[in-house]
Design a protein around this ligand. Sequence first.
Ligand code: CO
Ligand code: CO
Ligand code: CO
Length: 352
Amino acid sequence: MSNLQGEPIKLTSLSSKGGCGCKIGPADLAGVLRNLPPALPNPNLLVGIDTSDDAGVYKLTDDLAIVQTVDFFTPIVDDPYSFGQVAAANAISDIYAMGGKPLTVLNIVAFPIHTLDKQVLTDILRGAADKVAEAGATLVGGHSIDDKEPKFGLAVTGLVHPDKVRTNAGAKAGDKLILTKPIGVGILTTSIKKDKLSAEEVGAVTKVMATLNKTAAEIMEPYNVHACTDVTGFGLLGHASEMAKGSGVGIRISKSQVPVLPRVRELAEEGFVPGGTKNNYAHLEGSMTFDQELDQLDQWILCDAVTSGGLLIAVAGDQGDALLGELRAAGVDAHMIGEVTAEGAGHIEVTL
Ligand code: CO
Ligand code: CO
Ligand code: CO
C-alpha cells in the first residue's frame, strides 16, 4: 500500500496527534451531556441515552420497533479490506446485542482523498460491503469528508419486536454468563501498531474482530436471555459492570474460564497495554474485587478495550448449558465465564 507519492504507508500509523481514535469515556461524556437540556419524554422511545445500552430502540407499532446505532473509528489494522470488515462487524454488532436484525446501513467515511491512493478507500468499502451482505442488510447510502486521518464506520438500523428487546438491564440472580468471543484485542491491536505481531497473528485477531455476532444472536433468540450486551471499548469487566449496575445485581466471573487470545499476557508484560484499557480499569476500580492471586496484568487484561468483541449473555441458569452447547456446535467460540448473583448489586467479583 502506498500514498500518491508512492511511499509505503501503514494505515494504523495515520492517526493524528491529540486523540487516540478510541471511545470517549463515560466520565468525560457525562461532563458534556450534563449541560444539555433534558430530552422531551416520548413513550415510543423504549431504549434511549439514559441507560448505557448498545443502541437506541424506538417503537413504531405494537409489534415493530427500530434499533439504531452508529460506530466509527481510526484504522486498527493495516489491511484496508480487513479494516472495512472489522468496522462493519463492530457497528452491526450493537443491533445483535439488542436482539434485533440489521436492516439498512449508511457508510461514514473520513479519508485523505488527495494524498492516499483511492484504492485504499475502495478496499475499505468492499470489506464493509461484504460484511453487510453477510449480515443480510442493505447499504442505502453514506457520507464522506476529506480528512487527513482516515476514519470509517457505519450507522445501522435494525428491526426488533418491542417485547423482545435485549437490554443490559434485565440480568437476574442465578443467570449464567456466556461470552462468545475471546478477549485481548486491545493489547493485540496496540502490538500491531508497534510491529510486534507476525502476519499469522494479525490474521488471527483480525478474524476474531471481523466475525459477525449474527450466529450467536440467532441461536440465543429462543432462549430465556435476561440481558445481553457486546464487549467493546469498555472491556469485558466494563460492560459486565454496566450490566450489573443496570440490572441491580452482582456478577461473579471466573478468570480461568475467560478465553484470552494467544500471546496477550506476554505482550502485556512487554508493556503493550493501551491507555484506554488502563482507563477502563481505573474507572471500575471501586466496583470490582479480584482474587489476591490475580496480578495487575490479569486485571488489565480483563478490562482490555475490545473492538468488535463477542456477546456477553445472561441466560436463565437452567438454560446455560443448552445455550452454550448449541453455540459451540455452530462454531461459535463461546465460554461460560460466570454467573449473576443477588448480593453485591453493581459489583463484580473475579475469582480464579
Ligand atoms: Co455495544
Ligand atoms: Co456502539
Ligand atoms: Co451528507
